[in-house]
Design a protein. Structure first.
Length: 276
């Protein structure tokens, strides 16, 4: 069954052609969501882009991107941790520029030199490397961390600038890292499949002369399938200027996000994922 699922994932990436920036996760890369149901519209920004994150013609995760704030709203993936090297190369999303560009993520250099895209044109569509230079007290924080993946290509795919936000460096290297690397291992004991959605709440501050938003909060939710009869869930949230992570029930996290986003009741997972 696993090889059949992987074959379907690979085939979908090839069949869609120039469709990495898609109209709907339900029809394009639903496999990264529990019961194939993505979060509801309460998280959608003014200028959304739905990205099925494709690297070397394979989907690795899904990202709802905020074109205006130039940060991801959330990234959704399946938790499959394993040992491996940390990639060093950062990638960008060509199809945020337009549908005629490659469907797989590329290096900035490749777009500038091989596809003759100007840096100005690239920067209009998304964050670029220069936006994250010379930061003070902040660094590049993954929503979907490379350490939650067990092979090199899937780790490389997380190094897209559409998957990162300006994150407090103490939080990123401290309490948030402890949650990603330690709490997740403990909490997922006995899980057959763990679906994760990690997001960022836009804040009032910016980097890169107002180009890229600095989130006020980071949050993450997990829905773990233990067996056919048992599903468990949890959530966390952190203010992006404090080295502290708060552990919540899924219902508590959704209620907190409902207040923070102010766009109606937030639902992160299908109703079969327990809120208590």
């Amino acid at each position: 069954m696993l090889w059949l699922l992987l074959l379907q994932v690979l085939a979908s990436c090839l069949w869609l052609g120039h469709s990495e920036v898609v109209k709907s996760f339900e029809t394009s890369c639903p496999q990264f969501f529990f019961r194939e149901i993505p979060p509801n519209e309460a998280l959608e920004p003014q200028k959304p882009a739905w990205i099925c994150q494709c690297y070397k013609n394979q989907y690795y995760f899904a990202t709802l991107y905020d074109r205006k704030m130039r940060i991801p709203v959330y990234s959704a993936y399946i938790y499959q941790p394993g040992p491996g090297k940390r990639p060093k190369t950062w990638l960008v999303e060509p199809q945020l520029i337009g549908p005629t560009y490659p469907k797989t993520m590329e290096k900035e250099w490749t777009l500038l030199n091989r596809y003759n895209v100007s840096l100005e044109k690239l920067s209009q569509s998304q964050a670029i490397l220069h936006d994250y230079k010379n930061l003070t007290g902040l660094n590049r924080g993954h929503l979907n961390p490379n350490g939650h993946h067990d092979d090199y290509s899937s780790r490389v795919a997380t190094f897209s600038l559409t998957n990162i936000v300006p994150q407090d460096e103490k939080l990123n290297g401290g309490a948030w890292n402890n949650y990603e690397q330690q709490t997740m291992i403990r909490r997922t004991q006995g899980c057959q499949t763990t679906y994760v959605i990690t997001g960022a709440v836009p804040g009032n501050n910016y980097i890169a002369k107002g180009r890229v938003n600095k989130p006020s909060h980071l949050w993450s939710a997990a829905c773990c399938v233990v067996d056919n009869n048992y599903v468990k869930a949890w959530g966390v949230i952190a203010e992006n200027d404090e080295n502290q992570v708060q552990l919540l029930t899924l219902g508590e996290l959704e209620d907190t996000l409902t207040e923070l986003y102010g766009r109606g009741q937030v639902s992160l997972f299908d109703s079969d994922c327990p809120r208590e």
